[in-house]
Design a protein around this ligand. Structure first.
Ligand code: LRH
Length: 492
């Protein structure tokens, strides 16, 4: 069987990439052909994505690629562009970290669909920026009033490439408008919130065709006219979970990037009250699987610190920061990686220090101390989340797969193994792009089902194993301390 090539456009919160993958019998390799920054822009009325620059980045990446057999797009979840009656983009898409959704759920959404009922239907964790809350925040605006279609970010880029409109289901499952049980838009939620059902396009499943490159796109990128665009698991986390190189069922995963998405792969949603209270989500994966997980603030905390340090002219290179952190005193101070005060962009080192001050802990001043505090806190959040996921879903976990860029962070992987007492298999770091490419390859009949895709990953990708160390008691004590810190750490 000759090898086929696929282009994955994978857009994350800080950068986008076009990665070309080669797939054949026993072959799966990738190379990055183009990387571009994703720099949000603060306008007078809120924080927006620079969506045209992102689209340009995708086009430049396709131009830099040799002929591909198909193209697939994935991005972060929840955000969307609105199209007007002419099919043109109406206004600039908001960034999910924009503060306009603060308090909107309690004010506008839950009075019409109570939170418990919402959870029973959608299975979605409460995040202030879920699409449903963004729509409620925009109710009555001229922009929403003139909108005829809502396209989630990857669907918007797909529409610009092909002219074809659809809503990919793994990403639709993050909107709060999607029924976790039926796998369709929820008429109940949509009606009760007074949302125009016509805004929501027909659903598409990963693997479905999404049209072919429009003639001007093909001409501009040098790709063949008629090159197919394939619907992939367009929610980046769903693509990353496809590429978890698991062999059995008793694994947990952490997709480690800007966010840490930590959880389990299930066959059916868990929508109990206990699950809602613990704020676990039931997002859709490929082949009807459920991504039962929680969002943990993730490497965002460290990335924002590094950006702040660069602005202040301090050294911000990762290897040096991690080496300093490895030498810093263990468990000096801990922060609740879920605390809402860490969500918005800003002076993260100061926010971490303020949190420690408020909770009566030593204030980390040196960069190494601060990075250690963040990484230990993240590892403890991984521990707490995975234990709770296992309890709530009634599953045993024997090992953890860490995938995504954060799986390159040796200190974080080792801390996670130590904190959980479970072996960690780290890699692939490019899980999202690999998941994107595998779903395209499957659509062309080159690979089989999910287990077959994962076998190909295990056979071809470099993985690294971390064994839990001997400091079990110290981590357990830190976990108990964290519970106290969380209790006293609510912003005043
Ligand atoms: C990760 C991610 C995550 C969402 C968030 C908005 O990139 O898609 O799964 O919750 O961004």
């Amino acid at each position: 069987m000759p090898n086929h090539t696929f282009a994955a456009a994978d857009l994350g919160a800080t950068s986008g990439r076009v990665i070309v993958g080669r797939v054949g019998h026993g072959v799966l390799d990738i190379s990055e052909v183009h990387r571009f920054p994703n720099t949000p822009v603060l306008l007078p009325d809120g924080l927006r994505w620079n969506v045209l620059a992102l689209y340009q980045g995708i086009l430049d990446g396709l131009r830099a690629s040799d002929q591909v057999d198909s193209v697939g797009i994935d991005t972060w979840a929840v955000d969307y562009g609105l199209l007007d009656a002419d099919g043109a983009l109406a206004g600039q898409p908001f960034h999910y970290r924009d503060s306009r959704t603060d308090g909107v759920a309690a004010r506008e959404v839950w009075p019409r669909v109570p939170a418990a009922e919402m959870y029973r239907i959608t299975g979605l964790q409460h995040l202030p920026f879920n699409t449903v809350h963004q729509l409620a925040a925009g109710a009555g605006s001229a922009q929403l009033g003139s909108a005829r279609r809502l396209l989630l970010m990857p669907d918007l880029f797909t529409y610009w490439l092909t002219g074809s409109v659809g809503a990919e289901e793994t990403n639709a499952s993050t909107t709060g408008l999607f029924d976790a049980h039926t796998g369709t838009w929820s008429g109940t939620v949509i009606d009760r919130l007074g949302i125009d059902a016509g805004l929501l396009p027909p659903l598409r499943a990963p693997g479905d065709p999404a049209g072919t490159l429009l003639p001007h796109v093909a001409a501009h990128t040098g790709q063949s006219p008629g090159t197919p665009v394939t619907t992939v698991a367009s929610h980046d986390t769903a693509s990353a979970v496809v590429a978890v190189p698991a062999t059995g069922r008793d694994f947990a995963y952490i997709s480690c990037g800007t966010w840490s998405l930590a959880g389990l792969e299930l066959d059916a949603p868990v929508v109990t009250e206990a699950s809602r209270e613990a704020n676990f989500t039931n997002e859709r994966g490929v082949d009807g699987t459920i991504r039962y997980l929680r969002n943990i603030m993730g490497m965002w905390l460290l990335e924002e610190c590094r950006r702040a340090w660069s602005r202040q002219g301090l050294p911000a290179g990762l290897p040096r920061l991690l080496a300093d952190a490895a030498r810093a005193r263990p468990f000096a101070s801990l922060v609740d990686a879920d605390s809402p005060e860490f969500l918005a962009p800003g002076d993260m080192p100061e926010r971490v220090r303020a949190y420690c001050r408020r909770t009566g802990q030593p204030v980390p001043h040196g960069q190494g101390e601060l990075v250690r505090c963040i990484l230990e806190s993240l590892a403890l959040a991984h521990r707490g989340t995975l234990r709770r996921a296992a309890e709530l879903a009634g599953r045993d976990i024997t090992h953890i797969h860490m995938v995504g860029g954060g799986s390159r962070n040796e200190l974080l992987c080792q801390f996670t193994a130590d904190a959980t007492g479970l072996p960690v298999v780290a890699g692939p770091a490019e899980a999202t792009a690999l998941g994107n490419i595998l779903v395209q390859a499957r659509a062309q009949g080159l690979v089989g089902d999910l287990p077959a895709m994962r076998r190909l990953l295990t056979a071809t990708q470099k993985l690294r194993r971390y064994t839990p160390g001997a400091e079990r008691a110290a981590w357990a004590a830190a976990a108990s301390r964290m519970a106290v810190v969380r209790g006293s750490g609510q912003p005043g």
